[in-house]
Write a protein that binds this ligand. Sequence first.
Ligand code: NAD
Length: 486
Amino acid sequence: MNSNDTPIEAVIPSETSLSTFDGLLSAITTSNAATREILDPATGGVVGLAPVHSLDDLEKAIADAALAQPTWAALGHAQRSETMMRAADAIDAAAEALAELLSREQGKPLNGPNARFEIGGASAWLRTAAATPLDTEVLINDGETHAEIAYRPIGVVGAIGPWNWPIMIAIWQIAPALRMGNAVVVKPSEYTPLSVLALVEVMNQVLPTGLVSVVSGGREIGAGLAAHPGIGKVMFTGSTATGKAIIRSSADTVKRLTLELGGNDAGIVLPDADPTAIAEGLFWGAFINTGQTCAALKRLYVHDDIYDAVCDALTAVAAAAPMGVGLDENNVLGPLQNKAQFDVVSRLVQSAKDSGARVLIGGNPDPEQAGYFYPTTLIADIDDDNPLVQEEQFGPALPIIRYSNLDDVIALANGVDVGLGGSVWSSDATEARKVAARLETGTVWINSHGTIHPMIPFGGAKQSGYGLEFGVEGLKALGVPQVISG
Ligand code: NAD
């Protein structure tokens, strides 16, 4: 079959059974005999039933993907892009139902930079991956030698994701893979499988059968995917510890890997910054998704000259940000997604309090409250060697460390074994860029933190991983480079 005689799938009507919460749930929970209850982290109530897939299901998904992939690749860029645009339309048509499911399963509120924002981001990223050109590049053409580089499809890509931004991150893995002519087998986090199952169900109204499928299960499914000879590349986002396990299990088949791992991002506030002007940006840099974000601001270093003013301004913003059940339209902060993460945040804040650090706000979860709510917490006058500074808290608790010497604070910012993002806050962009260039991280933002864009490459340094996502670099990462020279 060639690209001219392959039918394009039907246009998605604006109202389908997948445009409602109940329609989505029934589509994803009736497909398998073995199921497990998924609980709402804000209330403890049952959200829905997730299928429990087996290693045999994984085998079948990989075999189906391998069957579907050559035809998809043969469509060529233009037709694949067109189909991906229709998949983005399908996501938009189901956006409200997907946002509700995501909110109830993950805990994040509908509003603020949360569930609706995540669904909108997913379709935007899908469209950008579909629309970004990637032409064959002529390297040398001097009359004697003609050399060019192009990117062939890899085959079947494994996509393993975390529970914090389950839909957005799944799209970051699926979209460039599809665009480059690959099939994808997705393994969502065991904490948030429903959101990813629903996303793929919605996209599969448009995509060819078997091209993208979800295998929902525990770590054994992820490990099986990482070791499987039928998988050419693993896109992984999650913890550094799991990333190391994936490197090991993928070694025997020499898989390509993109690893987006943990971080402990530092922000440095220079003495010329305006505390009131930066407070809102600092707050959302740290507390987006209630702090459960890889590239969130996790350690804030503030110059002694403006330390108290920054603490005051940040506390005022924190006090005004409502936290609660995600489906309440007023809330912009939610619960931790799971008990294990709640325990991590509790332990780290306790270690800060035990050391004599000063609690500006929060720090005392209500034991009577249902759900894994940890109050918005700011901790001042904390030592740099405290566990709340040195470990990734991945929750709503920000340590604010006082500094007076620029060289010293840069050494502290670089003094961890991860390097995902960092930020510099100043009224002087030139000075800020000089400091930025000294930080050992994949991205440094000036006067913001964690702001990402589908055309700006994103990836980690040190043990935050390797490989780039987004933009042209992100597309190249989902192909096998081939040089033709002669
Ligand atoms: P995790 O590593 O516990 O789990 C991630 C996924 O890996 C899950 O789907 C899990 O089932 C799977 N898995 C577990 N063991 C496996 C194995 N041996 N082989 C293959 N797969 C396996 O991570 P998490 O707790 O879900 O996510 C939080 C972490 O992710 C944080 O450290 C955060 O910083 C990081 N993160 C990084 C980025 C980034 O872009 N760098 C983005 C989001 C989250």
